[in-house]
Each structure stands twice: as structure tokens, then as C-alpha cells.
Ligand binder design. Sequence first.
Ligand SMILES: Cc1cc2nc3c(=O)[nH]c(=O)nc-3n(C[C@H](O)[C@H](O)[C@H](O)COP(=O)(O)OP(=O)(O)OC[C@H]3O[C@@H](n4cnc5c(N)ncnc54)[C@H](O)[C@@H]3O)c2cc1C
Length: 631
Amino acid sequence: MAVEIGELRSLLDGRWAGIRDEVRAQIAASPLLRPVHGLPVEEHRARVLEQARMVSQTRSARLFFPREFGGEGDMGGALSAFETIALVDLSLLVKIGVQYGLFGGVIRRLGTRRHHERYLRQAMTMELPGCFAMTETGHGSDVQSIRTTATYDAQRQEFVIHTPDDDARKDYIGNVARDGRLAAVFAQLITGGEWRGVHVLLVPIRDERGRPCPNVRIEDCGHKGGLNGVDNGRLWFNQVRVPREALLDRFGSVAPDGTYTSPIANETRRFFTMLGTLVSGRVSVAGAGLSAAKLALAIAIRYGSTRRQFRAPGRDEEVIVLDYLQHQRRLLPALATTYALHFAQEALVVALHDAGDGDSPDDAEQRRLETQAAGLKAISTWHSTQTIQTCREACGGAGYLSVNRLTELRADTDIFTTFEGDNTVLLQLVAKGLLTNFRDEFGSMDTVAMVRYVADQVVSAVLERTAARSLGQLIADAIPRREEESNILDREYHAYLFAWREKHVLEAAARRLRKLMANNGDAFSAFNAVQDHLLLAARAHVERVVLEHFTAAIDRCEEGEVKSLLNKVCDLHVMASLERDRGWFMEHGQLSAARAKALITNVNRLCRELRPHAQQLIDAFGIPDVLLPVS
Ligand SMILES: Cc1cc2nc3c(=O)[nH]c(=O)nc-3n(C[C@H](O)[C@H](O)[C@H](O)COP(=O)(O)OP(=O)(O)OC[C@H]3O[C@@H](n4cnc5c(N)ncnc54)[C@H](O)[C@@H]3O)c2cc1C
């Protein structure tokens, strides 16, 4: 099978192929964008700042910002550019992610005209380095419980920002320790003596010469387990005064006399709406994690294709390690799943772009996007950390040398599973969306309300209203469905198995919740008791959606070598994930012992058949040569 790499690459590059190529060319042409390793922290931070300033002069920065402020208003393009930049140094990706995506993004999404006019251009050019100060030492995942306060003083028409104690200090905040001048601070808004929930205010933390502002205390988080080119720090505010206009007031405003108004009456809904508009950050982290996995696979497969160990009897040469079945089994299923996740990521970027940059006026569409972004972020970043570790081991001792990049990729991506939303917490969000089928009430429900909602209905109504209903249709459509009637490689059979698992787990979780809530059960305890089930449902959902996107991408291909190669890659992705979960499918009567064993044989066969194409499959990622270690 002779595959045309260009055709495969353009399929992977997708709608924003031109932008990806533009960034690749910039990387190839610029010595500043070469990977380096082992720099002392301050040198690394300085280099990353210089790189970020360079990026800020390019289209990659402009794409993210609206046209009327000098940008190009192309969210899909921006996310594709960020994915490519991630290959250089993940510290650089995170630095610009904080500056454009979080700081610029929060001003754009939660601010109004005056904030846009005053700050967006400067955020884009990095004249005004900014921070996104949400997390506190005491509260990370539970943002609604943060304790920094913003109390309105009607007499002076100012907000007073205050950190009540060390637990409420802002922690881990990117751009704080060294470069940031203005922080978007998440705080509990208090006006007229009433608490109005979490809002965001722009608070200066350093003057133009880089000195901390009065009553702002700044501390460096110090050396981290990775991403040391980013200056993470802590912030305390001691009765710091900012003008009334500092409040980003799209979803809640305070009149000069202190009267509070909001277009969204329900506080929980307002909070989730505010956070929901920042969805692009999660998509960006998922994309960067996948870029790191691609890079690691490229390094390990290239190395495995030349590295030789042990001589087979009767052969003159030692065996190339990638010719060992077990080596193929470690790398090729991970490569296949990376392809699957790539197509799911690309589909999400397209959906986000087409739905008004992730700020869709259609509530249901917005909730679906947020849920897909949360689920894909969790599954992709977990996949990345596992894949990078596997690649490190697959390169033996060479994999442990910093020059070969794998140890740094592993260290840098480790935290991707935690920031921009902890993966476990994100999957709970996905489960909540599935159980309520993204209904209108969903946005207003906290966990306890969601449990009550599910429990308050008779089981059939719950199932009718959950995503399980449409899954039922999906399952019905996937014919042939029974094992004895279907070929193990039949894509409809795969679709059936993935949808059946999701439906079954979701229904079982809903039933358990209802049972636990019968006779006035306690909603929180009920939720806690089925957490494992909810997380499984979320994972099953994401895996089903990922398979659908991979299948759709293959369907878009013209008949030919590329299509048949991708079909094989998809087969391996499915066979390997069914092999991993075969215990569950057997327990639930969906796989016979014979078929479970056949999965193993098929993974082995597909690894053998894809081995000759491994190099082509990684070449199609289009990673610039200058970013790969010299072999
Ligand atoms: C390098 C780095 C950069 C960062 N940059 C920023 C930034 O620029 N701005 C910013 O605001 N924040 C930033 N953060 C903070 C980051 O977003 C938080 O660390 C993250 O949200 C998790 O919060 P936490 O650390 O308090 O963990 P916790 O929320 O305390 O979680 C600890 C553990 O408890 C588990 N857990 C929590 N709740 C539940 C539950 N309901 N059910 C089951 N398990 C649960 C989690 O899965 C996790 O394993 C950064 C963090 C790091 C390390």
C-alpha cells in the first residue's frame, strides 16, 4: 500500500491547514523557536517571554482577537496555531494561553465595550501582560466557594478587593511571579451588604516598571514539576481599591449607587454561564496535550525504526526493535488512538468556531460544546500522559536524556490533567449533562439539584429525558448488532458496542440514583455513592463520540490507499480499546470468550500490518524537523 503522505497530512490538517503551515514555516525559520533544555528557571522564563513577544507579532496572536481591535476573529485558526506552537515548548504554549486565551479571553467574554476598547489590543500585543486569577489555595475545583471579596463602596464608587486569609490567596497563577501587570481576579461580589456570587474584576498588580502595586503582595510559587518557563505565583490583596468600571460586567453590573443587575437571575446559572464562555482554554489544552503525544510518538517510532537489539538465529543483523510485536503493541495502538482523538479534537474546534467562537446564543448548543470540551480535555490529556511515558520507556535509556525531549514532555503535560479543570471533576460535569440531556434546567443545577431532578421522576421518564433515549435509536440503527451476526471489524458493530455501553451505564447510574433517593434519601450521599458509575458513563460517552468522529473523517476520504490505511488505524483503535475493556463487555454479556480472544489476535495482526506504515503515519503529523531530536 503506497500512501500519499500529502493527502493524509491535508486530511489531518483539516480546515486550518494553511495556518498550520504558516506556523510550521515560522518555527523552521526562527532560531528562537528551537527547543532547549536544562535552562535555569529565570533564563527559561526570560526565553519564553521573548518567544511569546515574538508570537504576539504574528498572525497566531491576531487570530484569537476580534477584527475591530486589530485581530482576525478566527477562533478555529487560533486553536490550530496554538496546537502547532505547542510543539516548540509547552511553557510557551501555556504562557500565551494565559495571555491570550485566559486573560484576553475573560476580558472579551465577560467584559463589555469599554473593557474591550481599553484592553484587548494591548493584551494581543503583550504590551499589557495579564493574569487569570481564579484559583485560591483553599479552592481549586470548587470555584464557587472562593473567598476573595470585592465589596462595593457606593460613596467612592469603588470596589475594595480583599484577601481575608492565607487560604483565600490566589495560587498557581500564571504570569504572576514575574511579568503580569493586570490580573483578572475572581471574587465574591458584595454590594448593598448582599453577596452576589463570583464575578471578575481587573486589578493592577504591578506598575509599568514592574514594581508590585500598593497593598498587593506577590510571591513566586517557585520551581515546579514542569512548565518552568511559566512564572506561576500567589497574590494577596489588602483592601485594594479599584474603580467601579473594573468589574467585567457582561453578566452582572453594579450601578453607581450600588444597585446590582444581571441578565441571568439564577446565581448558579450565571456562574456556569460565565465559566462556560471560557471553553476555548480547555479545547486548547486538549489540543496541546495531543500535540505532545504526537511528538512523543514521532520520537519513539523513529527511534524504534532504527534501534536494534538481539540477533535472531540465522540472521546477520540484530532485530529492529519496532519489529518486535510487543514494541508495536506499546506504540501503535497509542498512535491509532491519537489519530482518533485528533479527529474528535478537529471536529470540536470546527463546532466551536461555527458556534460563534464558543459563545453561542443557542443555550443547548453552548452546553453541548462545553460538555464535549470538558470530556475530550479529560480523555485526551490522560491519553497524552500515558502515551508519553510509554514512548519514554520505548526509547530505553536514550528516552531519559533531556536532549531527546521525552522527559520534558512528560513533566510538562503532567499538570494538563489538572489545570483548566481537573479531569475527574470535568467528567462529573459530562455525566451531569448526560443525565439531564442538556435540558434548560441543567445550567441552573448544582450537583444536589441534579440528583433531585433525576430522582424526582419515574425511571422511564428519566430515561426518556436522558441522552440514553437518542442512544437507543443509535443502537437500533447499528445493524447487524449481535455478535454471532457481525464481523468483528464491522464499523456498525463497533458503533453498537460503544453506544450500548454508554446507554447501559447511564441507565444504571440513573436507576441507582433514584433508588438511593427513594424514601427521602440524601442527595449528596446518593451522588457520592454512584460517582464511579457517573465517571464511567462520561468516559463511555466520550469514547463513543470519538469513534463517531474518526468514522466520519474516514467517510470523508475518497476511496483509495489513504482511506484503507485510516480504516486499519481505526480498526486498531477499536480493537485495542475493546481489548482493554473486554472484562466489562464480557461481564455484561456483550462479548463471548471466543470473541474476546479474537480481539487479542486482531490487535496483534493489525500491529503487524501497520508496522510498515508507522513512519508515514507520524510523518503525516507534519512536525517540523527542527523540533525533533537529532537521531
Ligand atoms: C502549573 C499550574 C498552573 C496553573 N495556572 C492557573 C492560572 O493561571 N489561573 C488559575 O486560576 N489557576 C491556575 N492553576 C490552578 C488549577 O486550575 C487548579 O490546580 C485546579 O483547578 C485544581 O484545583 P486544586 O489544585 O485546588 O485541586 P483540588 O480541587 O483540591 O483537587 C484535588 C483532588 O481532589 C479531587 N476532587 C476534587 N473535587 C472532587 C469531587 N467533587 N469528586 C471527586 N474528586 C474530587 C480531584 O480530582 C483532585 O484529584 C494552575 C495550577 C498549576 C499547577
